[in-house]
Ligand binder design. Structure first.
Ligand code: MRU
Length: 357
């Protein structure tokens, strides 16, 4: 997708170096950062220079490439792969990507290991791009249907950033929106600010602006009244881990939006590539929910009047704060899942019919 008219992917490999767009500096500064070691990859994931389930998966895959470039000793590669998996706990894509690469290189001759790993990391990226494009083609039908009935702008609410910045390209939740926009269907996006890190305001609104999609940032608590006023036609969000029964783990606050949508009879869609499905875990209570530093709540970053990036304290200095990063929306509140293979019920039968038959 585009930034200032130029096409980018969110991650790429060039001359033995992995390049990323540093998302902690957006929307105020556009900085391309170089990752040269596996430690750089782990740090980029932990500090959220890269974030979003599919993108952290791809970064971990490239992280193994960087580990091998440093030292192709098997013990070092194994330890690096474990550290990559543990760098953020909730999104399943990290483990999915690392397991996929490690399986590919098991038993491989040491002089081929780098080439095979790099090929697999690139394959993961190419596949994610294709899957996200297909999510868009599938999800477009839903937006088209609403437009054909309404004959007016389709108002879509989204939470966090499940945009192209969270994937390799296209995004998950945003892909149907980009496809609708390219087809000339008038769409307008209500962008949840998404406290505490403001991925909605800082990233989703930014990338929609760059693609010329009309959007309005709202405080996280505004969605409910907009739904009651009939100003939301549908919600689409992404996911960090979807269980085989259709329960959806996503950015904190997603659950409350799903409850409000349910109360107002507004369809609530979740868009995901199959790399985000956890086929093994049965109970959503067992999903490891990341708890991040409370400083993300108590401090806020932005630019001052001279354009300088500044971080300021906004809470009483003696107050405690708690920062859970994800919540779970039970399948019963999810209207449908939009995947690369098609649209299905948020249920075991729905997912199995699409992916296991
Ligand atoms: O903490 P983040 O910014 O990595 O959380 C991202 C989300 O919750 C996204 O909605 C999710 O990863 C889906 S991305 C296509």
């Amino acid at each position: 997708m585009r930034i200032e008219g130029k096409e980018y992917r969110t991650i790429w490999y060039e001359n033995n170096i992995v390049k990323i767009i540093d998302q902690t500096k957006l929307p105020h500064q556009f900085i391309i950062k170089e990752l040269k070691t596996v430690k750089d990859s782990i740090n980029a994931i932990k500090t959220m220079e890269v974030r979003g389930a599919p993108l952290i998966g791809a970064t971990a895959a490239y992280g193994i490439v960087l580990a091998i470039q440093e030292n192709n000793n098997l013990e070092f590669i194994k330890k690096s792969s474990e550290d990559l998996i543990n760098s953020r706990p909730t999104a399943i894509n990290l483990k999915w990507a690392v397991d996929r690469v490690m399986k590919k290189i098991s038993g491989i001759n040491s002089n081929q290991i780098l080439e095979v790993t790099l090929k697999e990391a690139e394959e993961i990226c190419n596949e994610d791009e294709k899957f996200c494009e297909n999510i868009g083609i599938n999800g477009l039908k839903i937006i088209e249907e609403i437009y054909n009935k309404k004959k007016d702008t389709v108002n879509i609410l989204t939470h966090c950033n499940a945009g192209w910045l969270a994937t390799i390209n296209w995004g998950t939740a945003t892909s149907p929106i980009y496809h609708a926009h390219k087809k000339g269907i008038p769409v307008h996006v209500w962008v949840d600010e998404t406290r505490p890190r403001n991925q909605g305001a800082n990233l989703t609104s930014y990338e929609l602006n760059e693609e010329g999609v009309e959007n309005t940032i709202i405080a996280d608590n505004t969605g409910g009244i907009l739904m009651q006023r009939g100003e939301v036609d549908m919600c689409i969000v992404g996911t960090d881990r979807t269980l085989a029964n259709g329960d959806v783990c996503n950015k904190i606050g997603t659950y409350l939006k799903a409850l409000a949508a349910h109360d107002n009879n507004i369809p609530f869609y979740v868009a995901l590539p199959s790399s985000t499905i956890d086929w093994n875990l049965k109970d959503f209570r067992k999903i490891p929910i990341e708890e991040r530093n409370s400083e993300e709540l108590s401090h806020i970053e932005g630019v001052d009047k001279d354009g300088e990036l500044k971080k300021v304290l906004i809470y009483p200095s003696k107050s405690k704060a708690m920062n859970l990063a994800f919540d779970i929306t039970p399948a019963k509140y999810v209207t449908k899942l939009i995947t690369e293979k098609g649209i299905c019920e948020a249920s075991e039968v729905g997912l199995i019919n699409l992916f296991k038959k």
